[in-house]
Design a protein around this ligand. Structure first.
Ligand code: HEC
Length: 155
């Protein structure tokens, strides 16, 4: 009998408990699934697709959020006039009587002349050359620009 036979840990008898093994293998399977699902070449998943989806739903949300209307508010009309001169006048003329884009001082417009119609026209643009401005100027300024346009009609 040699010295170290008694009480010595015997590695060959040290089996990994089954439970741990399952967790370990499960982890590897999960990781593989994760990698596959987020690899565009395999699953078609793309960050840009997700981004587009989120942008689309964000655009929808903006619509349902109430935007303050500034009809008749002198300060807002003044700000709207400045914005119009800088941003819209190249196409609609500084008095909004039209140029490349149509006359906006009329009470009937092709896409409608209610506050909501005009908000849509400015925020999201129109097909034949009217660019969308919501991203660039934000809903507050769109609204102030509408107040300016409304003030032109009442003259
Ligand atoms: C690059 C030129 C351009 C700029 C800049 C531009 N517009 Fe327009 N806009 C147009 C054109 C062209 C149309 C007609 C679009 C159509 O018929 O589909 C239009 C249409 C509109 C309409 C709808 C008119 C209707 O007949 O229903 C509104 C309202 C309007 N623009 C407001 C604005 C405002 C406010 C700004 C500035 C924030 C602006 N536009 C900037 C070219 C422009």
């Amino acid at each position: 009998m040699t010295m170290h036979e008694a009480g010595e840990p015997q590695e060959s008898h040290n089996k990994i408990p089954k439970g741990w093994l399952l967790v370990f293998i499960g982890g590897i399977i999960f990781l593989l699934g994760y990698i596959v699902s987020y690899t565009p070449a395999i699953s078609g998943w793309s960050f840009y697709k997700e981004f587009d989806k989120e942008m689309a739903s964000a655009a929808k949300t903006t619509h349902s959020v109430a935007v303050k209307q500034y009809s008749g508010d002198k300060e807002a009309i003044k700000e709207g006039k400045e914005l119009f001169a800088n941003t819209c006048a190249p196409c609609h003329n500084s008095d909004a009587t039209g140029g490349i884009g149509p006359n906006l001082t009329l009470t009937t417009l092709k896409f409608g002349a209610t506050w909501k119609d005009i908000y849509e026209s400015i925020a999201n643009g129109r097909p034949n050359g009217m660019p969308p401005f919501l991203q660039q100027i934000g809903s507050e300024k769109v609204s102030k620009t509408i107040a300016f346009l409304e003030s032109l009609r009442k003259k």
